[in-house]
Ligand binder design. Structure first.
Ligand SMILES: Nc1ncnc2c1ncn2[C@@H]1O[C@H](COP(=O)(O)OP(=O)(O)OP(=O)(O)O)[C@@H](O)[C@H]1O
Length: 234
């Protein structure tokens, strides 16, 4: 099957001259539809830069990037906004929920503007928060707030779920619950998932693990069997 994302010789340089930072150095990558990819790597290795470019939040300095057959390199801001809106759900370390809106209302913000969203209740149920649907973010734990952020990201039925350190602010047990939700969405909805983490143990959940080092994909491995988050230990 054709990859959903294809990058060729993707490079990103921030700044100029002596102060130039080579955040990505000629990255080649193809991501299969429905794949669960974990990105590991030291701080500053280029993981977020890569994820942001794949998600149309940032643009490469050079190289090519395709979503299905659509070129994203050299695309206008308008095209990138349309790409993100239609196809990409983002989850970040901090949940970025609107404090004055309930769980359901936070999710509805997205479903109101999406073209073929799932019902809000369905998105909230997928992350296991139906009983908390009318609660406000301040009434929820960190892990629950992150699950609301995931519900919001997937409610528009994106092709891609891009997660940058989704468990970075959570304790062990809570982080696992959040990862279980991401794994379930990947498997039940077939959403292609890319997850950045500092936590090598999470890699056992993946179809493929990419190690990013100094702006390059230094190695990749495909675990023989995908573990469930419950089987992970760290
Ligand atoms: N807007 C920017 N301007 C200048 N340099 C940047 C910018 N964004 C990132 N960088 C630099 O690019 C390099 C890669 O950063 P990036 O955030 O992609 O790394 P990372 O692997 O995600 O790190 P972390 O795990 O700490 O989030 C770093 O040296 C960083 O300082």
């Amino acid at each position: 099957m054709a990859p959903v994302l294809r990058a060729h010789a993707l490079s990103k340089v921030y700044g100029h001259g002596d102060s130039a930072v080579h955040a990505l150095r000629s990255v080649d990558l193809a991501v299969a539809r429905g794949e669960f990819v974990v990105l590991l790597g030291a701080s500053g290795s280029g993981k977020s830069t890569l994820l942001n470019i794949l998600g149309g939040l940032d643009v490469p300095t050079s190289g090519e990037l395709f979503f299905e057959d659509q070129p994203l390199h050299g695309a206008s801001d308008e095209t990138l906004t349309g790409y993100r809106r239609a196809h990409v759900g983002f989850v970040f370390q901090f949940y970025n929920l609107i404090p004055s809106l309930t769980v359901a209302e936070n999710v509805a913000l997205v479903t109101d503007i999406a073209s073929r969203p799932m019902p809000v209740d369905e998105a909230v149920a997928l992350v296991g928060l139906t009983p908390r649907s009318r609660h406000f973010p301040s009434q929820l734990s960190g892990g629950e707030q992150q699950r609301v952020a995931i519900a919001r990201a997937i409610a528009k039925r994106p092709q891609l779920l891009l997660c940058d350190e989704p468990t970075g602010a959570l304790d062990y047990a809570t982080g696992k619950l959040v990862l279980e939700v991401i794994a379930r969405i990947n498997q039940e909805l077939g959403t292609t998932a890319l997850v950045i983490t500092h936590n090598a143990a999470i890699a056992g959940m993946a179809d493929r693990v990419l190690r990013v080092c100094d702006g390059r994909i230094a190695s990749e491995e495909r675990p023989a069997r995908r573990l469930t988050p419950a089987e992970l230990a760290w």
